[in-house]
Ligand binder design. Structure first.
Ligand SMILES: Nc1ncnc2c1ncn2[C@@H]1O[C@H](COP(=O)(O)OP(=O)(O)OP(=O)(O)O)[C@@H](O)[C@H]1O
Length: 593
């Protein structure tokens, strides 16, 4: 019930904008349904009139009076009501389709915008595949349900009420006979529906997990191929696939059982109605013509009465998927967005220093990563962060840009806590060159101008020259207009980082965080990266996460992290003189290189 209410709230949030259209759709449904339940009355009347005509026609005493006028008028009325039914239902169907397409479109935009406001933590802790399936599976399910199921709920619900009303108007006894089997049908339907819901929820969960696995394996395909793990990857996929198969099968068995089951009851009911109807007509003083008409009317109503039960239960599957989807989307809507307590308070241009002050931090509450870390970077200085893998270097970077908030202590720009300033103004001042550079699907020019689309071509080329990537770009047939994408990149890892450096140079940040690319870089590219880094660092306050110590020999300060603690800091020479952890690290690397 709770999940149903959540789904209703979610739908209303998006549907309320279209209330006028919905009223029109409802009006057409009411019109169509009214005509639908009214038509059998005229069918019964036509049979009564025809029967009266025939008995008058064969009787010589009344032969001259026999007329088919009443019969024709009843047939025309019946046809008119059936036409009205079609018109009403088709028009409301068109309006509903329009509204569902618009609504699911708005849901997609809502979801996409929400994701853009999410914390890095959300993306770090959710598989890409699962996030993607919100768009590809959940919103699609909602569209299908809105398009068909909600319309059906309206029209069939009204039909159900309308038929009951008309049946009682015609004959209360026959109405009770027609409805006698309802409790059994509803009880059975409830039982089957409950099982179906259970398995359909499971099915969606299983599909989400399978998508997550596929995504992970595709992203890791290179490792899988190099390590020859293809068979293992397939073997790992099998249980996910099996889980989806089993749950889909069970879900479909139960939800698919409903419609035929109810159809069966409907045929059985038809026999009961005909039997009792005839018995009633023969045993009550009713004229044969009127009796025949009554049986025909209830023959129709019996079918119409079971139609909503059958339709509503057959769309149950689709409604369930939509409810599950809406719950999942609502959960995303409720997710914490990046908090911006200092909104509107712009961070002034950096004048003195950036500092981490006694910072404690952990990604999870029970696992502390950084312990009492204090680092101070003076304006214009370059500070290098070194330390073994997993020592917390990237974590420090995550805190400087407020991807995560510290647990205790603070990160300050000129003494101002970054939690107290506008997030956008902080990010405007901070430039980041990530270890893994991202290429977007567009031209090289657009990639470089990504953070500053209004930059001129001259500015872009100057940035590319500073980043030592201009010559390479010019060597391509289409130069800066070459289309690139992350999957089909013409850049090596090192070149990607050069492009990323050009992107950062163009945005001209005051404070720079640079995570040096380590892997797959040849010596020529390495030298270029070094030069590009020097160019981008020059005149800026910077924080460099260094993996090759020789790239940071000129740093104003080197901070050594180990197990999330600062164990040494000073200039290269000072640290060598201390002959501690850094000196050992340095000597080891020099020997290695
Ligand atoms: N998103 C995350 N959620 C939970 N734990 C994380 C997350 N990111 C990193 N960690 C943990 O924090 C610790 C420090 O990781 P971090 O990435 O800061 O190290 P690093 O010094 O940058 O390592 P490397 O040199 O390998 O890049 C590691 O133990 C890691 O498991």
């Amino acid at each position: 019930m709770k999940s149903f209410m959540i789904a209703v709230r979610y739908f209303l949030r998006y549907l309320k904008k279209y209330w006028k259209g919905l009223i029109f759709a409802l009006a057409f449904v009411i019109l169509g349904t009214y005509a639908q339940v009214r038509a059998p009355y005229y069918m019964g009347k036509a049979f009564t009139d025809l029967s009266t005509y025939l008995s008058q026609y064969v009787n010589p005493a009344t032969h001259g009076k026999a007329s088919l006028d009443k019969f024709y008028s009843a047939v025309w009325s019946m046809a008119a009501f059936y036409i009205l039914t079609e018109v009403g239902l088709v028009l409301s169907g068109i309006i509903t389709s329009r509204i569902s397409a618009k609504t699911s479109g708005r849901m997609r935009i809502g979801l996409f915008s929400k994701l853009q406001k999410m914390t890095i933590k959300y993306f770090d802790s959710h598989q890409d595949g699962k996030i993607l399936s919100l768009f590809t599976s959940d919103i699609d399910n909602i569209f299908n349900a809105l398009n068909q199921a909600v319309f059906q709920v309206f029209s069939q619900g009204l039909l159900f009420i309308g038929v009951i009303w008309m049946m009682f108007e015609q004959s209360a006894t026959m109405a009770w006979v027609t409805m006698a089997m309802t409790p059994i049908v509803i009880l059975l339907a409830f039982f089957v529906m409950k099982r179906a819901r259970h398995y359909i929820n499971d099915q969606q969960e299983a599909i989400g997990s399978m998508n997550g696995y596929i995504n992970e394996q595709i992203n890791g395909q290179k490792i899988i191929i190099t390590e020859g793990l293809q068979k293992k990857s397939i073997a790992g996929f099998a249980p996910y696939n099996e889980d989806v198969r089993q749950k889909t099968y069970k879900g479909q068995v139960y939800s698919g059982m409903l419609s035929p089951m109810i159809q069966g009851f409907s045929y059985l009911n038809l026999a009961i109605v005909i039997f009792f109807g005839s018995w009633l007509v023969l045993n009550s003083g009713m004229s044969k013509a009127a009796g025949l008409g009554l049986v025909v009317v209830f023959f129709n109503y019996s079918q119409q009465y079971f139609q909503p039960i059958s339709q509503l239960t057959s769309i149950y599957n689709s409604l369930q998927l939509a409810i599950t989807g809406a719950n999942r989307l609502d959960k995303v809507d409720q997710e914490k967005e990046e908090s911006n307590p200092g909104k509107g308070k712009a961070l002034p241009t950096l004048e003195k220093r950036v500092a981490l002050n006694d910072v404690d931090f952990g990604y999870q509450p029970n696992r502390q990563i950084l312990h009492d870390v204090s680092i101070d970077v003076k304006k214009g200085q370059m500070v290098a962060l070194v330390g073994p893998t997993g020592s917390g270097k990237t974590t420090v970077m995550n805190l400087l840009n407020r991807f995560y908030d510290v647990n205790s202590g603070s990160v300050t720009f000129d003494g101002r806590d970054i939690r107290d300033v506008d997030l956008q103004s902080l990010r405007d001042q901070v430039g980041i060159v990530l270890q893994e550079s991202i290429i977007f699907s567009r031209t090289i020019a657009e990639n470089i101008k990504f953070g500053k689309p209004e930059a001129t071509d001259e500015e872009m080329i100057a940035a590319a020259k500073e980043a030592h990537i201009h010559d390479f770009i010019e060597s391509l047939p289409d130069g800066y207009q070459t289309q690139v994408s992350d999957e089909n990149s013409i850049f090596s890892t090192g070149q990607k980082q050069l492009l990323s450096i050009a992107r950062t140079i163009l945005t001209n940040p005051d404070f720079l965080i640079l995570d040096e690319a380590t892997s797959n870089v040849d010596t020529v590219t390495e030298e270029k990266i070094q030069k590009a880094m020097n160019n981008v660092i020059a005149g800026r306050t910077s924080f460099v996460i260094a993996h090759r110590l020789k790239t940071i020999l000129g740093a104003d300060k080197i901070v050594v992290l180990k197990d999330g603690r600062v164990i040494e800091q000073g200039s290269h020479q000072e640290l060598l003189d201390q002959n501690g952890f850094y000196a050992e690290l340095y000597h080891n690397q020099m020997v290695f290189e």
